[in-house]
Every structure is written in structure tokens, then in C-alpha cells.
Design a protein around this ligand. Structure first.
Ligand code: ATM
Length: 260
């Protein structure tokens, strides 16, 4: 089954030197190369249940014939996972905000080049746990870095790649932090509540500013209900799965728990 939706939209001002570069290590992704795939990102604060919902969406899409890969940021490549370790290490308290920004972008550039762009070009569905909107929320809104500097850094890290659609999962900030605290918070999770409230507000603002791409979904008590609310925001991208019933039962939820 062909997936025909265009997934990669270019930035209005693509980085000029990228346009004719080849897909080899060390070169940037052509910023406005058309793609047959679909790129969906998931955003939100801590403990909101993104990874479970990404796995549920993957199961649904695969059941209707889509070729799906799932990724996370920072990470998703060997180099990116090493950068993730540095970023989240709780003892790295000396890290400057600009260093933090550049490390997120470095991991992103690697992921886009090595994994996302080639998969989109071959027509796959790419589901990614966080992408450049997280940098706007965490490094600009919460950390306080200049928004234009963060946008420029995002342009470099993404090579001009914009998600086809972004789901922002939203719930009570304090509940999410309590969940993160149970497993021992990482360096970002250890920030105070007001930091995470700024992140939350920034994501809500993004959904207001870009309603076509960014969709806010409040989480429900049941994971299955949240999954339906998410799919209601994505169905038009996936005609072969749209309006088809898909059952999320305990058995599927248990399989997904093991995948994570
Ligand atoms: P996850 O916990 O969702 O795997 O993300 C790792 C952390 O990195 C997350 N921390 N908290 N709390 C959000 C943070 N992050 C940024 O600060 N900027 C970014 O650009 C990205 C992708 C993640």
C-alpha cells in the first residue's frame, strides 16, 4: 500500500548550501527534498506516557499495512545515545545552557541524517518521541535562551525537516514529575516545578500558534481512550487505517510494556 502524503515540509529559509548535497555522513540533509513518508512527533512534559502511546500507534498502523519505525530524542543512533547519556547525567550540573542546546542539536543532526531522512525518503512512517519543539519549550521557554538563537540552532539540527504532525500530550505537571521521581530523576527532570510549568505552557502555546501541525491531546484515565484521542488527530494522514476499528486490550498493553 502506498503512503502518499508528503511528510517533509521545508523551512521558508533553507540553509542554502544543503540543496545539492549527497546523503553521506557529514553532509546536511537537503532541506526541501520531497519525501513519500510521514513524520509524526510526540511532545509533552515528563511522565505523560508518550512512549506507551507511540507503541500503541505503531501497533495500529502496522495492523493496517504501514511500515513504521519508532525513535527517541535525544538518542536513536549510537552517537545520539552517547550524547543522551551526557545530557541526562544528574552529576553534570556544570553544563551551560548553550552547551545543552548544542548537544541536543548534535544528537538531532545525527538522527535526521542517519535515520529519519533515509526512512522518510523510502516511504516509511517515522514516529519520534520528541523533536525540535522540545528545544523551543525546554531550552528557550524554560531555560531562557533567546528564541531566535534556538530557532537557528533547530534549523541546523533538523536540516529544515518539519514534522508532518506533532501530538502534544498534556496532563498535570506535578503528577508527571512525581512519576519521574519514582525512578530517580535525570538532570532535566530534577529541575524545579516552575521550570516544568514553563515547558508545559510553551507546548500549549505551540499548539495555539501552529494549529494545523501541532495538536494538543489531554490524557485520559484509560490509555485506550488517550490512544483514540490521539488517532482522531492523525487519521487524515493514514487513510488506510482511518475509520477502521482497532482494539486496545490488556493483551496489547502488556506486549507494549515489554517492548519499552
Ligand atoms: P525524555 O525524558 O522524554 O526521554 O527526554 C529527555 C529529556 O530531554 C527530557 N527531560 N525532561 N524533563 C526533555 C529534554 N529535552 C530537552 O531539554 N530538549 C530537547 O530538545 C529534547 C529533544 C529533549
Amino acid at each position: 500500500m502506498a503512503v502518499t502524503s508528503m511528510a517533509v515540509t521545508s523551512m521558508t529559509e533553507p540553509i542554502k548550501t544543503n540543496e545539492t548535497s549527497k546523503q553521506t555522513t557529514g553532509t546536511a540533509v537537503p532541506a526541501h527534498q520531497e519525501s513519500k513518508g510521514i513524520f509524526v512527533t510526540f511532545e509533552g512534559g515528563e511522565g505523560v506516557g508518550k512512549s506507551t502511546q507511540i507503541q500503541l500507534l505503531k501497533a495500529r498502523l502496522k495492523a493496517f499495512g504501514y511500515d513504521v519505525i519508532t525513535l527517541r530524542e535525544p538518542g536513536g543512533t549510537q552517537i545520539g545515545e552517547q550524547i543522551r547519556t551526557i545530557l541526562l547525567e544528574p552529576t553534570n550540573t556544570a553544563m551551560s545552557a548553550v552547551t545543552e542546546l548544542l548537544l541536543y542539536e548534535a544528537a538531532r543532526a545525527q538522527l535526521v541524517q542517519q535515520v529519519i531522512a533515509p526512512h522518510l525518503q523510502s516511504g516509511k512512517v517515522v514516529l519520534c518521541d520528541r523533536f525540535s519543539d522540545s528545544t523551543l519549550a525546554y531550552q528557550a521557554a524554560a531555560r531562557g535562551l533567546d528564541i531566535n538563537m534556538v530557532r537557528s540552532a533547530n534549523a541546523l539540527g533538523t536540516g529544515g525537516l518539519t514534522p508532518s504532525r506533532t501530538i502534544v500530550l498534556s496532563h498535570d505537571v506535578k503528577l508527571g514529575l512525581a512519576k519521574a521521581a519514582q525512578k530517580g530523576p535525570d538532570r532535566l527532570e530534577a529541575e524545579d516545578v516552575s521550570f516544568h510549568q514553563k515547558v508545559h505552557a510553551a507546548f500549549e502555546q505551540l499548539a495555539t500558534d501552529e494549529p494545523k501541525r501541532v495538536r494538543l491531546v489531554r490524557i485520559h484515565e484509560s490509555k485506550a481512550d488517550t490512544a483514540e484521542a490521539i488517532f482522531a488527530q492523525l487519521g487524515d494522514l493514514f487513510p488506510a487505517a482511518n475509520r477502521q476499528s482497532f482494539t486496545i486490550d490488556e493483551a496489547l498493553l502488556n506486549i507494549i510494556k515489554d517492548v519499552k
